[in-house]
Design a protein around this ligand. Structure first.
Ligand code: PHE
Length: 467
């Protein structure tokens, strides 16, 4: 290899960057509305099981594949498998590309909310639902905010691995975490808050459907940045001294804690404000401002603005990782220079995001784009459903099949053992190998079929076979 690969400076650097990738809009924007639309506590239960049983082994596998191959997502499967298997990485890169296109739009909303709270009159609004609905239809504002966001992402990715990614993650993440805890405590004291807690923590298993399961699994992969090679790419920058299983544990727990807290904040708020938990993608933007509105005006501005600013930073450490995946591909595989690759990709992805941006009301055609799953879907919904809800678990399926049957678990163990000498022969090794070779491929493969049939073709497999 002619181009020297970047690398994280130390252990905390990798953990911070991987946690930065994981923690983002997925935790604070998407998790609460997915949980709200899919039965609340039942969703949470499935989500927890999936994170630890299915996602954790896949995460360890992805990081190990990246570190062993020292390549981008595409090159990794070629290096450890063969040229044909590199399509797994190629599929991941495509998913990342498409996810970033709409993710950036939502990040633009968060940025706009920051500005509206600090410099505008957002907190004086009477109806936050109406405000949000009209806010997202504003083409020019959203265009500019998402353009700024994409430019910031590209700028940091261009500067390379060490300086950009690590510093941002290390400072912002702990502050966000503390602010969340503070807000949760405050939210729990509101009238009717316990209704929200009940909805979120008291499962009613009669609400459990196949949709709950695939929504939870899709959300888990999205939130942990799995199934598309983000952690393969980051893994390729990790030193051989790094303890991969410990890093994956920290990242998983940190990501889960933030999502869990976001739910514990949003549902009490939603119930105390008489809103609907099933509101969908606008949920956080509609529910959250209420908590800041009831503070002293100046404090509300500072805390509310601060919250959305930190949310922007959380989103930024995720968009960085999303952009890094295709960038690493062009730099490693095609040997193109990093700078034009980064800016070229950022511009292309930004343009690909425009239909998503327009699909929130600005363009009626893109807003009522398709009808499936019993509902009218926007263009943004479609891209998110295909490339994240279905695409990422499918990526996870292919990665586990790849590790189980091509690369082989003994090579996985050998890679993890560097940096974790106690790993071979441990219970953890047995657990991960068992999951990766049996449960992950079986469950994710079956889920893929069931999801596609039910979601896009309205065929309920489990009814067909009489379950
Ligand atoms: N995990 C990020 C979030 O929760 C989103 C993401 C998905 C980032 C896939 C990278 C890869 O916001």
């Amino acid at each position: 290899m002619t181009i020297k690969r970047g690398g994280f400076t130390n252990r905390l650097g990798f953990v911070a960057a991987a946690a930065g990738s994981a923690i983002g809009l997925g935790n604070i924007w998407r998790f609460p509305y997915e949980a709200g639309q899919n039965g609340g506590a039942v969703f949470l239960v499935i989500y927890i099981i999936c994170i630890f049983a299915i996602c954790f082994p896949v995460m360890v596998g992805e990081i190990a594949v990246g570190r062993k191959s020292q390549s981008d997502a595409y090159g990794a499967f070629r290096a450890l498998g063969n040229k044909r298997l590199a399509v797994i990485g190629g599929f991941g890169i495509l998913c990342g590309f498409m996810i970033l296109s709409f993710y950036n739009v939502v990040a633009g909303w968060a940025f706009g909310y920051f500005l509206e709270i600090v410099f505008g009159d957002l907190l004086q609004e009477k109806d936050f639902g109406a405000f949000f609905s009209s806010y997202v239809t504003d083409f020019w504002d959203n265009l500019i905010y998402s353009l700024v966001f994409m430019a910031a992402t590209a700028w940091i990715v261009m500067k390379g691995i060490k300086e950009g990614i690590e510093t941002a993650s290390k400072i912002m993440m702990p502050i966000l975490f503390l602010l969340l805890i503070g807000l949760v405590i405050h939210a729990l004291t509101l009238d009717n808050a316990w209704e929200g807690v009940k909805f979120y923590l008291w499962p009613d298993f009669s609400e459990l459907t196949i949709k709950t399961i695939y929504a939870a699994v899709g959300q888990a992969f999205f939130s942990l940045s799995l199934g598309m090679g983000a952690l393969i790419t980051y893994g390729s920058y990790v030193s051989k001294k790094e303890n991969i299983t410990r890093a994956a544990t920290v990242v998983t727990l940190a990501d889960f804690s933030v999502a869990f807290l976001a739910g514990l904040l949003i549902f009490p708020l939603v119930f105390s404000q008489g809103q609907q938990p099933t509101a969908g993608p606008g949920l956080v933007f509609v529910a959250l401002p209420g908590i800041f509105q009831h503070m002293d005006p100046l404090i509300g501005r500072v805390v509310g603005g601060g919250f959305f600013l930190l949310l922007c930073f959380a989103a930024l450490t995720s968009t960085i990782s999303l952009l890094e995946v295709p960038t690493a591909y062009f730099v490693d595989e095609k040997k193109w220079p990093r700078k034009p690759v980064v800016w070229g990709l950022a511009l292309t992805i930004f343009i690909m995001g425009l239909p998503s941006l327009l699909s929130q009301g600005a363009s009626p055609f893109l807003t009522n784009f398709l009808f499936y799953e019993g509902a009218s879907k926007t263009f943004l919904d479609l891209i998110s459903d295909v490339f994240s809800e279905v695409g990422l678990p499918l990526g996870g399926f292919m990665i586990s099949i790849f590790i189980a049957f091509k690369w082989k678990t003994r090579n996985l163990t050998a890679e993890i053992a560097q940096g974790n000498p106690e790993y071979p022969g441990s219970k953890l090794e047995r657990f991960i190998n068992f999951m990766i070779t049996t449960i992950c491929p079986l469950f994710l493969g079956l889920l893929f079929i069931v999801t596609v049939l039910q979601k896009f073709f309205n065929i309920e497999v489990f009814h067909l076979i009489g379950l």
